[in-house]
Design a protein around this ligand. Structure first.
Ligand code: 5RP
Length: 236
């Protein structure tokens, strides 16, 4: 007996497939992190297997992306091996009407920003629940911090009006540790009026590696939706 996938899963699958369909042979592809991007990597693997897609090279944004790429037969290279990234595919936790994002739900935003920002084309893949009028309205802003700087960074964030909390592990005692061996502080801001300014201000605090505001990085946003009971993909 097969059980029908839930609507969110269906939207993620459809949008992941739509992004994977846009990748062309011979390109260098940034491989994002998260459950939606995982479907894009799966479909890239299927296209490689059928021969519909050839000669791509992937740059993973996390340990998760690396493991999935190996599982789906996507050849991997590092940033030191290439002179460009043609396209990156990655998810997001919030998307505003200007295609600015909050990322970092998977604690991978530091590497994600490096890879996504280098790509000629950055395709964001989300389901419709991620669309917001204003960043910070549904999701806390992730900030990666060197462990020894955690307390002063939290104090500095409070001075900016944010309410910081250390992200704790699930099925792991203690804090979440990023792929780089750092902590993540999730910050509640009452209102993020200028994402570009806040992105720079946070990154200027000594001890902060990177924050999850992605301003002016996305080229296109593919949104998975259910319309009249059917999954559809809309482009922003
Ligand atoms: C990881 C991310 C993810 O792309 C973001 O959390 C979205 O994940 P999902 O597709 O599972 O909702 O930024 O750091």
């Amino acid at each position: 007996m097969t059980t029908a996938a839930d609507p969110v899963t269906v939207m993620k699958q459809q949008v992941g497939k739509a992004a994977a369909d846009r990748v062309q042979s011979g390109t260098i592809v940034g491989l994002g992190t998260g459950s939606t991007t995982a479907y894009a990597l799966q479909y890239l693997g299927e296209r490689l297997k059928t021969g519909d897609l050839k000669d791509i090279q992937g740059i993973p944004t996390s340990f998760q992306a690396e493991v999935l790429a190996k599982q789906y037969g996507i050849p991997l290279v590092t940033l030191n091996d290439v002179d460009r990234i043609d396209v990156a595919i990655d998810g997001a936790d919030e998307v505003d009407p200007n295609k600015n994002l909050i990322k970092g739900g998977g604690a991978a935003h530091t590497r994600e920003k490096i890879v996504d920002a280098l790509a000629d084309q950055f395709i964001v893949v989300v389901d419709s629940s991620k669309l917001v009028d204003k960043l910070g309205s549904t999701f806390l802003l992730p900030v990666e911090v060197l462990p020894m700087a955690m307390t002063p960074v939290m104090r500095a964030i409070e001075k900016l009006g944010g309410k910081p909390q250390l992200r704790m592990g699930v099925k792991k005692a203690g804090p979440v540790i990023t792929d780089q061996g750092n902590f993540v502080i999730d910050v509640k801001f009452d209102s993020i009026d200028s994402p570009a300014e806040l992105e720079k201000t946070l990154n200027n605090i000594p001890g902060v590696l990177e924050n999850g505001l992605f301003v002016g990085v996305a080229t296109v946003v593919l949104v998975g939706e259910i319309k009249d009971g059917q999954p559809v993909v809309r482009e922003i």
